[in-house]
Design a protein around this ligand. Sequence first.
Ligand SMILES: *Cc1c(COP(=O)(O)O)cnc(C)c1O
Length: 217
Amino acid sequence: MIDKNINKIRSDIPNYVELIAISKTKPNEDIMKAYMNGHRSFGENKIQEMSIKFEELPKDIIWHMVGHVQSNKIKYMAPYVNLIHGVDSFKSIKIINKEGQKNNRILNCLLQLKISEEDSKFGLEANSIKKIIFSDEYDQMKNVKIRGIMAMATNTKNKDIIRNEFIYAKHIFDEISAIDNNLEILSMGMSNDYHIAIECGSNMIRLGSLIFGERNY
Ligand SMILES: *Cc1c(COP(=O)(O)O)cnc(C)c1O
């Protein structure tokens, strides 16, 4: 089923939209089913789980950290992570830069924009994002590169709420990417709302349950 699910989603989304398979809580054999079907980009939200999978699975897998980024965990992903989605403080940017330096890598990350009123969602206000991106301090960092924005909509059945939040994220993304052309990724859309996200301009979607089935925590 996993390969069928991926094929179906792929045939259903525009080519420019990158699909990240969110494999959190799922076993290696599930990831390998997607891998054997040609899929390479996977996302996890817990660093320990991601690092174990990184060790055990083929080395050409492209790993995405999609969980909230705790600054004391960055050192564990710095050697191999491809994109860190949920960055929501300048403090984390500084630590990512430092860990990138130690590993002689440039670490790609996304700033998480707060678009939902829900308390459980992390994220920065648009003004804080602009302040970071256009600061001299960030400009001088050599080992971290902000590549765009990540956003999570409110968990609701009300599509108008979701749509308005995604439209807002696209608006902010357009503003900042017009000034800095390193900012090219807009990561938004999950299993329940990716159609709306793509309509609103997302170019990276993060799908878990639609690919791997419901998670049992
Ligand atoms: C779990 C998770 C997803 C995937 O959620 P699904 O609803 O299973 O598609 C996407 N993004 C983040 C940040 C997640 O934590």
